[in-house]
Structure formats: structure tokens, C-alpha cells
Design a protein around this ligand. Structure first.
Ligand code: URA
Length: 275
């Protein structure tokens, strides 16, 4: 590669980093699920990628991203992964077990692109449990749930009713950060669901708050966060029925400050439920 081309490649990578790209998966947008051959570069990747030596950090990462392909090679894999997840989750006798089992679980492709497992934060013995959608960048860096901007707002909301993280347990439906903070796919959510269900059962809170629509849909089967927030639903943990309430996601509240008055009312409802 000539010095000019090397510099151009560096500039392009710097541009991607600036734009927020943190997991280069290929040269072009690619439907990994339709890739027929495991372990190969995308069919439409320019020949130059195959032929020319790629910039040093790029080539290993391109190769590392191909594990998505076996999912397409074996169409039954999502079902198999969901069944494996159910069995693995059931086998956990304690929250520590569950964390260790999740850490070893390879059935969800998000594990490959995330930096680490984000199991939870707060107090697992708390009577109040919040469950969000999936970790973002800060959570992925720190390995703790809701520690970024949304989490800081959640802390202020807790403080408004006289609580802090020692009195709440906080987790997510999906415990690995989706690349670029994209929404987890329905399959990823289905694969992770048995684990969060078991986590709720083992934490055994008195009040469960589903944070945002994705968590509300996954755990309560309820669609329409704006009309259902602040309402009580019955959630069966597997051993007993507890009260569950959908709440607007703090990320939405940051974008839509006028909605904070609803969140305030919901926090008061939670406080009243805790007695
Ligand atoms: N949003 C979530 O749903 N969960 C987190 O942990 C952080 C942001």
C-alpha cells in the first residue's frame, strides 16, 4: 500500500470512530443471516479487501465478526439457542450461579460484539426491581446496568422518592450491548428472556418496574407504553405473583422533558406500593 493510500485508510477509520462506529463488521452493510457460507467475507466485499493487506487492526476484527454466519447455515439455531437458554437459566440456583452461567453462555451472538456481560446493578435483595432493554456504551464499559445518562436520570428519579441503588435492583432483558446501541432483534430478545425471567424469580422483588416498551413487551406482553405506563399488571415470577408496572424509559424522558411529569406520578405510585 502506498503512503497516500495508507493515510487515506487511516483518515477513513478515524472518520468511522468519530461517527460512533465501534464494531466494524464488514465493508458494506450486510445481511448476515442470509450468508450461506460460514467464515467467509461478504460476497459483495470489494476484491481489494481480499487481495490487499488490510490495515493491521481491521483484518482480525473483520474475521472475528463472521460467527453470525453459522446461524444462517443452521436455521434451527435460534430455537436451539432458546431451548439451551431455558435449560441453562433453570439450572441456576442463585443469582451468582445465573451470572456465571450467562457468562459461559454462547447462544446469543451479541456476546461476540459486546465488551462484557452487564448482569445488573444495585441491591439484589431490594424489594424493588427495574428491568430495562439492553446496556448502552457506558454500561458495556463498566459492566453495570444503567450507569450512563439514562441511569443517572433513573438515580434522580429514585432520589425523588427517597431511594437509591441500595434499595433497588436493576437489570436488563438483554445483558450484552447490541453494536452501535441498535435495538436487540426479536430472536436475541427471545434467547435472553429465560435468563432475565430467572433473574427476577431469584431476586424475588415485591415490585417489578419494566422500563420502556421493549422490556414491557418482553416481560408483560403489553404493547403501548404511553397508555400502559403507571398501570399495574400481574407478573408471575414462577414461584409467585407480584405487581409489575411499565414506566417510560429515562432515555425517552431525556429527549422529551415534558413527559417527566408522568414519570414523577409513576414514581409516587411505586413509592406507595412499597408502603
Ligand atoms: N438503557 C437500558 O435499557 N439499559 C441500560 O442499562 C442502559 C440504558
Amino acid at each position: 500500500m502506498t503512503p497516500d493510500r495508507r493515510q487515506a485508510a487511516r483518515d477513513l477509520l478515524a472518520f468511522y470512530v468519530e461517527a460512533g462506529v465501534d464494531a466494524p463488521l464488514g465493508e458494506t452493510a450486510n445481511d448476515w443471516l442470509s450468508e450461506p457460507v460460514a467464515g467467509s467475507l461478504p460476497a459483495d466485499a470489494p476484491a481489494a479487501i481480499e487481495a490487499a493487506p488490510a490495515p493491521a487492526p481491521m483484518r482480525p476484527r473483520l474475521e472475528r465478526a463472521t460467527p453470525a454466519a453459522p446461524v444462517a447455515a443452521a436455521p434451527a439455531a435460534p430455537d436451539v439457542a432458546v431451548m439451551a437458554a431455558r435449560e441453562a437459566a433453570r439450572s441456576a440456583a442463585t443469582l451468582d450461579d445465573l451470572r456465571a452461567i450467562l457468562d459461559r453462555f454462547d447462544g446469543c451472538a451479541l456476546k461476540a460484539t459486546a465488551s462484557r456481560l452487564v448482569f445488573a446493578d444495585g441491591n439484589p435483595k431490594a424489594r424493588l426491581m427495574f428491568v430495562g432493554e439492553a446496556p448502552g456504551y457506558e454500561e458495556d464499559q463498566q459492566g453495570l446496568a444503567f450507569v450512563g445518562r439514562s441511569g443517572q436520570l433513573l438515580d434522580r428519579m429514585l432520589a425523588a422518592i427517597g431511594l437509591d441503588r441500595t434499595q433497588a435492583y436493576i437489570a436488563n432483558v438483554v445483558p450484552w450491548r447490541p453494536p452501535g446501541n441498535r435495538t436487540p432483534t426479536p430472536i436475541e430478545t427471545q434467547i435472553c428472556l429465560p435468563f432475565i425471567q430467572r433473574q427476577i424469580e431469584l431476586a424475588n422483588p415485591d415490585v417489578l418496574v419494566t422500563v420502556g416498551q421493549p422490556s414491557t413487551g418482553a416481560l408483560l406482553g403489553v404493547q403501548g407504553i404511553t397508555k400502559n405506563r403507571g398501570r399495574w399488571f400481574a407478573y408471575n415470577t414462577g414461584t409467585r405473583e407480584i405487581r409489575a408496572m411499565p414506566m417510560l424509559h429515562p432515555a425517552y424522558l431525556l429527549r422529551t422533558p415534558i413527559a417527566k411529569r408522568h414519570a414523577w406520578r409513576d414514581m409516587l405510585t411505586i413509592k406507595a406500593a412499597l408502603g
